[in-house]
Design a protein around this ligand. Structure first.
Ligand SMILES: Nc1ncnc2c1ncn2[C@@H]1O[C@H](COP(=O)(O)OP(=O)(O)OP(=O)(O)O)[C@@H](O)[C@H]1O
Ligand SMILES: O=P(O)(O)OC[C@H]1O[C@H](OP(=O)(O)OP(=O)(O)O)[C@H](O)[C@@H]1O
Ligand SMILES: O=C(O)c1cccnc1
Length: 545
């Protein structure tokens, strides 16, 4: 489908910041200034209504915390706002992973990295529009010079990121930005909001796909999502994770996610009888009918009426697609339903199930031998029910002085919270069979070219280390922006989905399993570790004197 162009694609609101409505002929005139000029349509020069012109669907600039504006202003007043800095984005603890049984060990887990496409759109369309400037002026906190600086502010930095759908482990940067400090501060909240929410849902989706193991999965979460847009973005994340369809038409229109659906209980209640409802639905949708069989009594009436409907469809040369169970004991009911359908010669009719499902219930149902072919998943996916936040962070790790870059560190009493300083890169090491062995984080100037062996040392436990030989190293951070310009060829949704599937298949299932997953090795190079130790030591000494 060719995306249609909006007025904002044709008349760039980053340049044409005002629309002057001519009060004589009603013509809108797009202008770079608020000073009236001759109307293009009627030559009138006197009377215009002057409005800020901006794309409301890309109203990004104030998606920020006030403290960001405070810091941006203070740095501006001190003449430091253009200082170049490096920021890393990473998370510390994998979501959804809880110890079960007597498990006492370190917790593993992973995140499927999501939201890059949305972040690209934000950074390409980031500007303070005139209504933002007017709002900030009304706060009486900032001077006019600063507001003028904001008017001209854009993202001008370099951004490297993992590709969307990549599997990423704790404390490994998935985004690295080199930019003036004012820009890095400005984007913090919405970068985190986007990446955290999308990655969280993609991860939940990836876990559900591990449990459904190749069967058809439909995302149905719209009604339970935390806000309108969350459901559309969530449906996209689900598709990348491996879901096959969404019920969400907007996600279909906006992102091209395949859509499908069954019908609700209301449709059955509305008709004089369940059979009337089924026959009506099947007549209108002979090629895509999945009948909801639990409005009254699944085994007593729902399935028998679905069988009658299927038989009538067969007489007309059609096949009933499936039935849906939405309550009760899904293992028992699906097994009985399968028997009844098979005995009626309807083994082609699929059984779909929904009812507060998640990866754990699905795994349990499979263990119980449930005969379910299609999984409908809403609430527990779209709300990331059991782990509703991903704690991704955006941290400064270096700044430029007149002469050189200096690495920065933040000390914490909690060893896990001490960031890895400096400008870094990330390698993933693969064995001969293409399976991932571990990730290796090193300084930008380091190279693996002549290394035949790497010892991946555990960050805090010297007893845990892993020697890797005969490996192929792949750099995971890819150039996305250079000097504020997009240099990355954005993949299609299906390419992202495929990329995610392939990446997931390079990990042993021990790292991806739902309960007590193995900890995937992520190690620092000796030079990076030495730099970190030195900075910690220097800071501690400094704070004691
Ligand atoms: N055999 C099963 N094993 C494990 N969990 C199941 C099984 N069958 C259903 N479940 C789960 O148990 C929960 C049942 O939810 P609940 O008690 O609210 O009842 P319900 O059957 O959905 O009925 P209703 O929708 O009418 O309230 C759901 O989360 C469902 O996924
Ligand atoms: O169970 P979920 O994973 O959220 O999947 C989507 C649910 O949405 C619908 O329920 P509805 O809103 O009619 O309410 P219900 O919970 O009473 O079925 C549908 O029948 C599913 O049960
Ligand atoms: O198509 C369905 O069955 C559906 C869609 C949204 C929510 N519940 C069910």
């Amino acid at each position: 489908m060719t995306p249609y162009k909006t007025l904002f694609d044709v008349i760039d609101p980053k340049i044409y910041r005002f629309v002057h409505i001519c009060q004589t002929c009603g013509q809108p005139n797009f202008r770079t200034t608020d000073q009236p000029q001759k109307c293009a349509a009627c030559d009138e020069t006197r009377s215009f209504e002057v409005l800020p012109y901006y794309d409301p669907s890309r109203d990004y600039a104030l998606d920020a915390d006030e403290y960001a504006l405070s810091m941006m202003y203070a740095l501006y007043k001190k003449g430091l706002h253009k200082t170049e800095v490096v920021f890393d984005d990473f998370y510390r603890k994998a979501p959804f992973v809880k110890p079960t049984g007597d498990y006492q060990g370190e917790l593993g887990g992973y995140v499927a990295f999501g939201g890059l496409e949305q972040l690209i759109d934000i950074l390409q369309n980031l500007y303070f529009n005139e209504s933002d400037i007017a709002y900030l002026r009304s706060k009486n906190l900032y001077d006019e010079d600063f507001l003028e600086e904001l008017r001209n502010l854009r993202f001008t930095g370099h951004l490297d990121a993992m590709e969307e759908g990549q599997i990423v482990f704790p404390n490994t940067p998935y985004i690295r930005i080199i930019a003036p400090v004012i820009e890095c501060i400005w984007i913090e909240a919405q970068l985190l909001n986007t990446i955290n929410s999308e990655s969280l849902l993609m991860t939940k989706g990836a876990r559900i796909i591990t449990a459904t193991d190749g069967q058809t999965v439909i995302e149905m979460g719209k009604r339970r999502a935390q806000g309108r847009d969350a459901s559309v973005q969530g449906a996209r994340a689900a598709y990348i994770a491996g879901f096959h369809f969404t019920s969400n038409l907007k996600a279909g229109k906006k992102y091209g996610v395949p859509t499908t659906g069954t019908h609700a209980h209301l449709f059955v209640q509305f008709f004089p009888s369940e059979l009337d409802a089924f026959l009506a639905f099947a007549e209108v949708f002979p090629a895509k009918s999945i009948l909801l069989v639990d409005t009254f009594d699944v085994l007593g009436s729902g399935i028998p009426n679905a069988i009658k409907t299927a038989k009538i469809m067969e007489e007309h040369g059609h096949r009933l697609n499936g039935i849906r169970l939405d309550s009760g004991d899904l293992a028992y009911l699906s097994k009985r339903a399968r028997e009844m359908l098979d005995n009626a010669g309807l083994s082609y009719v699929k059984i779909a199930a929904s009812s507060d499902l998640d990866e754990y219930t699905i795994a349990s149902l499979k263990l119980q031998g449930a005969k379910i072919d299609v999984w409908g998943i809403g609430t527990k996916f779209i709300t990331a029910y059991d782990s509703p936040a991903l704690g991704g962070v955006h941290k400064i790790v270096a700044r430029k002085t007149e002469r050189e870059w200096i690495a920065l560190i933040k000390i914490s009493e909690n060893l896990d919270k001490i960031i890895n300083p400096g400008l870094k890169k990330v390698y993933r090491l693969y064995d001969r069979n293409g399976m991932a062995k571990g990730d290796y984080i090193c300084l930008q100037e380091e190279t693996l070219d002549n290394l035949t062996e790497i010892v991946l040392k555990h960050p805090t436990n010297p007893l845990k280390s892993k020697r890797v030989v005969d490996f192929t190293a792949v750099e995971l951070l890819r150039p996305i922006f250079r000097n504020g310009q997009l240099v990355y060829q954005k993949p299609t949704l299906d390419e992202i989905r495929d990329f995610h599937r392939k990446q997931k298949s390079t990990f042993w299932e021990e790292y991806l399993r739902l309960d007590n997953p193995e900890v995937y090795p992520v190690a620092l190079s000796d030079r990076l570790r030495a730099l970190k130790d030195k900075l910690i030591h220097d800071k501690r000494r400094h704070s004691l004197t």
